[in-house]
Structure formats: C-alpha cells, structure tokens
Write a protein that binds this ligand. Sequence first.
Ligand SMILES: *Cc1c(COP(=O)(O)O)cnc(C)c1O
Length: 400
Amino acid sequence: MLLNEIQDYDKKYYMNTFGNRIPVAFSKGQGIHLWSTDGEKYTDFFSGIAVNSIGHSHATFVDMVSKQVSNLIHCSNLYYIESQALLAKELVQSSCADKIFFANSGAEANEGAIKLARVFFKKLGFPDKYEIITLQNSFHGRTITTLSATGQEKYGKPFEPLTKGFKKVPINDFIALKAAITENTCAIMLEPVQGESGVYPCDLEYLKNVKKLCDEKNLLLIFDEVQTGIGRTGKLFGYQRYNIEPDIFTLAKALGGGIPIGAVCAKDHVAGAFAPGEHGSTFGGNPLACTAGLAVMKIMRDERLPENAAKLGEYIKFKLEALASSSYPVISEIRAAGLMIAIELNKPIASIVKTKMFEKKYLIANIGDNILRILPPLIITQTDADEFITTLKSAIDEVL
Ligand SMILES: *Cc1c(COP(=O)(O)O)cnc(C)c1O
C-alpha cells in the first residue's frame, strides 16, 4: 500500500490515540536498519521504544520463533508449557528473583506486581497495608491502576476516579519518601532509571537508603524494570547497576524482541503469596512469547549485549560531552544509563531536530521542547555511534 492510503485508513478507522504520527510506514527491518514502504532506508536509534534491543530480524531469533510458530503458538495455561518453564528458569538463574509470572505488557506486569504486594500483606494479616509510594515523573503504564501509580498527572486526569492507594514523592529525596510512609504503606515502587520522563537515574546513595528503609519498616521494594531491564542500562537488569536487590521487579519491552511479553519477577517469600486462582492470564507466557524471550536471552548472552550497551553508552556520552564542552553550548547535559540516553538542549528545538534527523533517515525521539531521547539497539558498533553523532551535529547545525 502507498503511505497516503495507509494514512487515510488510519484516520478513518483507527482511534486517534497517537495523533499525527511520523509520516512513514515500515515494511522490513534488518539489524539496526528499517526500510519504509516506499523503499527508503532508515537507521533505527529508538528500537520501537526500547523493544528491538537485539535489532531487527536477528537470525537466531527468526529461526527459533519461526520454528515455534510452525509447531505451536498457544495452548493456554491449563497445560504445562516447555518454553515458559525454560524462560522462567533462565530469568531466575540470571537474576535475584526466585519465581516468575508472565504477562503480556509492561502495564500488565506492573499490575501483577501491585496485586502481589497487596495480597502479600493481606496474607500476613495486615489488610490495611495496601498503599504504595511511587515517584513523581514516573511512568508505570496505561491501565487505570498503573496510571494511578504513574507520577504524571496528565496521563491519569481524564480517567478519574483512579485506583486509590498511591502516593507520589520526588525522586532522590529520601526525607520526602520517609515522611510519606504510614502504617498503611506496603511497598515502594520505582524505576531505577526513569525512562519516559527523560532518563533520570536514582542516585546510588538514595537507593541504598530506600532499601535500608524497606528492610527496617517491613516494606516491599518493587522496581519497574520494564525499560531498564534486559541489557538496556549496561547490565542485564537495572538493579545490578546499584547492587540493590528488589523484592519484586517487572520486565516487558525488550524481553520478547517485539513479541508481546511481560514478567513479574519476585523473591520466594513474596511470590508464595499468590494462591492458585488469584492471578492469571489467557495469553501470558504462551509458547510463542516465551520462545521469543528465550531467543532474546540467548542473544543477550552469546553476543554480550549488556556489556556492549555499557561500552557504547559510555562512548556516546563521552563524545557528546566533549562536543558540548568545546564549542557547542546548545547541548547542555547528557544523561545516560548504558544505551538509555537523553540529550538536553538549551534551546526549545528538540522536536525540529528530531524531524531533521528523520529527513536524514535517523529515527530518534524527543520529550517536550528540550530533550532528545535515543534508545538504539544494543547491537550498535562504534562506527554506528560515530555516524549518529556526526549526523546529529549536522541536524542541530541546520536548525540553529
Ligand atoms: C513502557 C513502560 C511501561 C508500560 O509498558 P507497556 O508495555 O506499554 O504497558 C511501564 N513502565 C515503564 C518503566 C515503561 O518504560
């Protein structure tokens, strides 16, 4: 189909939740490249919002997933599922978690984590311990309850009343967090590095204090690793950057390489709170999604992608900071955790720069007027990074 036909159908038949999209439709991907329906080649430095971390059409992934598609896609959780058992084992053996539950998205995984925290205290005999403290400017998903957890009013406001039992405090403000705790508090839930609001990492000292406080006050620590998980920040899981183990963490985005899957990962003493029948999913953890997860985990390990993310993330940060400090004041700050990178501009040109980059066949994103955001596939090389930086500089130059 021609792009304008797709756009006509989209306008006529699709709910207008995404507004005017970037005017392109893709029909093929390979490695870090995408090809549009009109045959143009693009370089993907956004990975479908931190999803395509292994790049597009990775041979191992295509092979494992295609075989699974031909054999069995779905059978329901009424039966045992080999790839589900294997992926749960793989995640447990590579993390601090002891048990896994599979969902279909980040929001759904977070819902599972919230339910688990509540039921954990119910079963301990504390039915009034249900309140969860989250952070301002956080993002936890689009369901009513995850919107209630999300610390950005604009997302939840139109859908009030939201779920009760969530309190927001500023990031890296331990005093405010401590003050927010009451006898109703059951958990603290946060992203180790806030993604959607512009790459804001939690400080190490802060998280150490949060962990200590959770231990003292008998609160659960929940990390939303939907974006930071699976190699993105330079470690397989974001909590490993801090050496702080949460009681529960959630995964989604990169875990399925583009096949929808989410995961609730928990320590044994917490995981046991779910009794049979108290949580579930029709699609969650089906043979196809878990095979995709197994393929992604294999590629992460075989190609040492978390290490590559750490190395290239440092490299891009170093290069951009060098550029900024020499003669380029328009770049005012670089925030990076592995290949989760925000480039802060001191002029409100982020959206125009993004469009310029698109004209130069690079896919990046912006947050508001001043922040450029990149989430390249974790397979990029130093040459890819250099080409990106050169292109970015010329895009900014053209806008200035
Ligand atoms: C993307 C994201 C979510 C929501 O995931 P969906 O799959 O869109 O439901 C939740 N938390 C964080 C930190 C995210 O980045």
